[in-house]
Design a protein around this ligand. Sequence first.
Ligand SMILES: Nc1ncnc2c1ncn2[C@@H]1O[C@H](COP(=O)(O)OP(=O)(O)OP(=O)(O)O)[C@@H](O)[C@H]1O
Ligand SMILES: [Mg+2]
Length: 308
Amino acid sequence: MSVIEINSLTKHFSGKKFSGEKIKALEKVSFNVGNGEIFGLLGPNGAGKTTLVKILLGITFATAGSAKIFDKPVTNVNVKRKVGYLPENHRFPNYLTGEQVIDYFGKLSGLKKSDLDKTTYKYLKMVGMDEWGTTKIKKYSKGMMQRLGLAQAMISNPDLIFLDEPTDGVDPIGRKEIRDVLLDLKNQGKTIFLNSHLLSEIELICDKVAILNKGELVKVGSVEDITTTGNKYIFTTGDLSEEIMNKILIEYKGTLHGKNEFECTINSIEEVNKVIDYLRTANVLIHGFSKEKNSLESMFINLIEQKN
Ligand SMILES: Nc1ncnc2c1ncn2[C@@H]1O[C@H](COP(=O)(O)OP(=O)(O)OP(=O)(O)O)[C@@H](O)[C@H]1O
Ligand SMILES: [Mg+2]
C-alpha cells in the first residue's frame, strides 16, 4: 500500500526572478512512498525538496497535480493527525526548557496533561535528551536542538514522519544515534520521509530514494537499483600465476588490475560461481569478491551534472 501518492505535482511561485520568469519549484513530479519505508528525497539547494514536503503537509498549495496521504487529499484534517514534522531550521522560543517544548507540541496534538509526563520523557529518552529536559534550550547545542526537534516530530505517535534535514549540525555519533531511532521507528511500522544532503547517510538508511533537480524528478528507485552499475564483479585474490591470468583474460573476458585483482562482467550468479570454482581448483586464495557499485554520492553528482 502506498502511504504517499504524488501525481504530476507542480508548484510555480509568483515571485519573479530578475529575468521575469516564474520560479518553477516543482515540475510534474510523480512518485509513491510505500508503507513502512524510509524514503529519502535528495537534491541540490533549491531543488524543491522543502516545497514538496510543505505541499504534503498542507502548508503551501500545489499549482497543479495531486498529492494524497493515506489515500486522502493532503488537506484532510484526519490525515494531519497521523503526521509528524521536523521542519528545516526550526526555531522554538529559547526561554523554554526541552520538556516544555515537547509538552507544548504534545498539547497541540491533543495529548492530555496526565499522559504528557510519561510521554514527554519517553521521547526525550529516545533521542538521548532525557537528562536535559529541565535545561533551557538557549543552552542547547545545534545537535541537541535537532534531537529535540526529532522528539517533537514523534510526540503524537504519528504513522508518517517528515524530517527536513534531521541530522543537520549533528556530530557523527549523534547521527548514528538518530539513524538508530529512525530504524526503530521503521521497525514499529512507521513510514519516514527524509530530506537530506547527506548522501552517505541516505545510502545507509533509506529503502528508496528520489532525486530532484531544479524541480524535476531525475530518478526514483531503491538505493540498490540506483547504485548498482551493471554486472561487473571484482575479485581480490592471492598471487595469480601467468597461466591463471591468461585463462581469466581469454576464457572469462576479465580485466586484470595487477596480480591480485581482476574484474569480469558476468550475467548470472551461476557464472560467478563457475569463476570461483575455477579459482579454487587452481588453488587461488580468494580474499573477496563483490558486485561493483557506485556510491550514491557519485551517482548523484553524475546525474545532476548531466542535467546542468
Ligand atoms: N515562498 C517562496 N516564494 C518564492 N520562491 C520560493 C518560495 N519557497 C521556495 N521558493 C523557491 O523554490 C525553489 C525550491 O526551494 P526549496 O526550498 O523547496 O528547495 P530545497 O530543495 O528545499 O533547497 P535546500 O536544499 O536549500 O533546503 C527555490 O528556487 C526557492 O527559491
Ligand atoms: Mg530545503
